[in-house]
Ligand binder design. Structure first.
Ligand SMILES: [Zn+2]
Length: 327
C-alpha cells in the first residue's frame, strides 16, 4: 500500500505536471496587463508556484510512520512481528533458519535486524526473503538484506521484472525517480500456489494481483496453545491514487485482476489476520491487549471478512466512478 504520497497534480487536477510547465505560467498572455501590474503578477505567481512546488515535494515524502520503531513480539507459535509502526515484517522461525517477509525501505533494515535480535534470533539466520509486493515500501531493502544475510530471494513471477529493475518496470511508478531503489536479483521465481518450505514451515504464495501485477498474499498454518491457526498475510487490496482501472495501456487487465484478487481473498480460510501494513488489521489497537492468558486479538476471522468486504466495495466504487467519467 502507498499512503500519503500525493503529488499536487493528483490533488488538484489540471495543475501543470512539470516544473518547466510551472515556470511557463506567468508568461501567459503578458500583453493583457500594464507593466507594473505585470511585474506584480509575475512576482506573486512565482511565490505561489514556489509554495506549490515545495508542497508537492513534501507530499512526495514517505509516511514518517514507516520508519518509526514498533515493539517486536510473538504473534503465535513460530510467527513474529518484526516490522515498524507503518510497515509490516514477519519472521517465521524454524530449526533450519528463518523466513523473513518484506524488506521495507533501506532505512528500515537496521530496525528489522534489531527486532529479530530482540526476539532472540540471529539476523544472519535469515535463509529466505519474501515480499508482499514489488513497491519500494516493501522491497527497497532487499538488496541490502541479501548482502547482509545471504538469504535466498523468492518473488512472484509478475513482480520479478519490477524487483530486478529497482522499480523501473512498475506499471505506475516506473518513471518516478523518487520511488526507485537498488535492484535485487531474484533467486527463485514463484508461481501462484507455490510452496516455500524450510525446517517444517510451509508458506503458500497466492497470486492476488491488481495493486501490483505479482502482488502476493501469504498463507501458513501456525500451531499455538494446542490449536492450529490459519494465517493470512494480505498483499494489498488498495487502489492507489492515480491508478487507471480502465484503458490502462501498461496494465490492460488491471480491473479483472483486482476482481480475481478479491475472489481469492474471499476463498482463503483465515483465523490470524495480518497484512503488508499494520493499518490493514489494526496492529496498534490489538498489540496492547497481547498479554499472557488474554485472548489473542490477532485471531480475528470476522475482522478479515469485514476488511475484504470493505476493500472490495472501495474498488467497485472507484471502478464505477472511472467507468462513468470515461463515457
Ligand atoms: Zn503498495
Amino acid at each position: 500500500m502507498v499512503r500519503r504520497i500525493y503529488h499536487m497534480q493528483e490533488l488538484i487536477p489540471g495543475l501543470p505536471t512539470t516544473r518547466s510547465e510551472l515556470w511557463c505560467l506567468p508568461h501567459a498572455d503578458p500583453f493583457a496587463y500594464t507593466s507594473p501590474m505585470r511585474q506584480l503578477i509575475l512576482i506573486l505567481s512565482r511565490v505561489l508556484i514556489l509554495a506549490l512546488a515545495t508542497a508537492g515535494s513534501l507530499f512526495a515524502q514517505n509516511d514518517p510512520e514507516w520508519t518509526e520503531p514498533f515493539p517486536a513480539f510473538r504473534i503465535a507459535g513460530n510467527l513474529y512481528y518484526v516490522g515498524s509502526r507503518g510497515l509490516a515484517n514477519y519472521l517465521v522461525t524454524t530449526p533450519q533458519g528463518n523466513i523473513l517477509i518484506n524488506s521495507d525501505l533501506e532505512a528500515n533494515v537496521p530496525l528489522i535486524q534489531a527486532s529479530i535480535e530482540k526476539m532472540g534470533f540471529k539476523f544472519k539466520d535469515t535463509k529466505i526473503l519474501l515480499i508482499s509486493h514489488a513497491h519500494w515500501d516493501h522491497d527497497a531493502g532487499s538488496a541490502k538484506i541479501k548482502e547482509m544475510t545471504g538469504a535466498t530471494y523468492m518473488v512472484m513471477d509478475a513482480d520479478v521484472p519490477v524487483v530486478e529493475s529497482g522499480g523501473k518496470a512498475d506499471f505506475q511508478y516506473g518513471n518516478r525517480p523518487e520511488f526507485l531503489y537498488p535492484p535485487a536479483k531474484v533467486d527463485r521465481v514463484l508461481h501462484d500456489g507455490d510452496e516455500v518450505k524450510l525446517g517444517g514451515a510451509v508458506l503458500v504464495a497466492h497470486l492476488t494481483p491488481g495493486h501490483t501485477k505479482g502482488c502476493t498474499t501469504w498463507t501458513m498454518k501456525v500451531a499455538d496453545g494446542g490449536k492450529t491457526h490459519n494465517v493470512v498475510i494480505v498483499g494489498s487490496p488498495n487502489v492507489n491514487p492515480g491508478y487507471k482501472l480502465i484503458h490502462n495501456n501498461s496494465y490492460p487487465q488491471i480491473a479483472q485482476d483486482y476482481q480475481h484478487m478479491f475472489d481469492v481473498l474471499k476463498s482463503l480460510p483465515c483465523d490470524i489476520f495480518l497484512g503488508a501494513h499494520g493499518g490493514y488489521f489494526g496492529l496498534e489497537e490489538k498489540y496492547p491487549h497481547l498479554k499472557d492468558g488474554a485472548a489473542n486479538l490477532f485471531i480475528d476471522p470476522d475482522g478479515y471478512k469485514k476488511f475484504v468486504t470493505e476493500k472490495e466495495q472501495e474498488f467497485r466504487t472507484e471502478l464505477a466512478k472511472q467507468t462513468l467519467s470515461a463515457k
